[in-house]
Design a protein around this ligand. Structure first.
Ligand code: GLV
Ligand code: MG
Length: 318
């Protein structure tokens, strides 16, 4: 199974900016992804590769998931992005993000290339993961195969800006409703489709950018939707969005405490000492095996976010 890293906030940093690569070190984002794709002009891409290799090797991103977004396979840049970055800084890199993935073959191609570079550079084979961005109709209808295309795949990411362009969706603000139409939630199907593939194959589901960077209320609304569905995190394009993402994708303290309590209580009551019961009352709540599973989801997110519990389970008096 691919590692499940902390990815509540995924900070986009253009590889063309050494200043922003440096600044990212001190920001409290769970993941930093250094871009060579759409945030970097074509003529700036060769320098962006060099800046990224230098920044990764210099270090300072401790505690963060370190990712580089390369260009997609329909361009002329992908192979050189991967070769230069992984040969130059493969030991200091956690994942490659592949944008605009349309077929499972595209993931397999990246997997094969990574394996060759790892072998010829004395790197651990298979350690570098893949983050697959779903950004068009073909990618979405192939998302199940894409999720299974390589054991390296760690996340499935929704790319709303490219996706909207790809399906001709009208909207003024990415992530919000198209204007003038009652479409229900225009993104619901896309988000759920990605989430099903992620959950079926034990991948993390990540929501993409919210471009109106000054509108934190809008960010919270859109992030709140994907968090409520079950997504694990969202992109942040600006330092101001980081705290919002970290909060929206962490459980509330009460919910975290309650989840840990259910796990302990259920563990006790199902044991011989606790009476080997499968359905018991915890306060006013009936808990059973399904409650344990739901509690485990919340507890795992809280633990990954570094939360500590403020209540302990007390065994009933004998
Ligand atoms: C991100 O890459 C997007 O297209 O939304
Ligand atoms: Mg995109």
């Amino acid at each position: 199974m691919a590692p499940q890293r902390a990815r509540r906030s995924n900070l986009a940093v253009p590889g063309s900016s050494p200043k922003m690569l440096e600044k990212a070190k001190g920001l409290p984002a769970d993941q930093v992804f250094m871009d060579i794709e759409d945030a970097v002009a074509p003529i700036a891409k060769p320098d962006a590769r060099k800046n990224i290799v230098a920044a990764l090797n210099e270090g300072g991103y401790e505690g963060k998931t370190r990712v580089v977004r390369v260009n997609d396979w329909t361009t002329q840049w992908t192979y050189a992005d991967v070769v230069e970055v992984v040969e130059g800084a493969g030991a200091n890199l956690d994942c490659i993000m592949l944008p605009k993935v349309q077929t499972a073959d595209q993931v397999v191609a990246l997997d094969l290339l990574l394996t060759q570079i790892e072998k010829s550079n004395g790197l651990e084979v298979g350690r570098i993961g893949i983050e697959a961005q779903i950004e068009n109709a073909l990618g979405l209808i192939n998302v199940d195969a894409i999720a299974q295309a390589s054991p390296r795949v760690e996340t499935i990411i929704f790319g709303p800006a490219d996706f909207m362009a790809s399906i001709n969706m009208k909207s003024l603000v990415v992530g919000e409703q198209p204007p003038g139409y009652d479409t229900g939630d225009a993104y619901h199907y896309i988000l759920m489709r990605i989430l099903m593939a992620a959950r079926a194959y034990d991948k993390q589901a990540i929501d993409g950018p919210y471009l109106a960077i000054k509108d934190i209320e809008g960010y919270n609304r859109v992030a709140g939707r994907s968090a409520a569905l079950g997504f694990d995190g969202k992109w942040v394009l600006h330092p101001d969005q980081i705290a919002a993402a970290n909060e929206v994708f962490s459980p509330k303290q009460d919910d975290y405490d309650h989840a840990e309590l259910i796990l302990d209580a259920y563990d006790y009551y199902t044991s011989a000492e606790g009476g080997a019961k499968g359905a018991v009352m915890l306060g006013d709540e009936m808990i059973d095996e399904a409650s344990r599973k739901m509690a485990l989801v919340v507890a795992s997110k809280g633990r990954a976010a570094g939360m500590s519990r403020t209540q302990t389970f007390q065994k009933p008096e004998a």
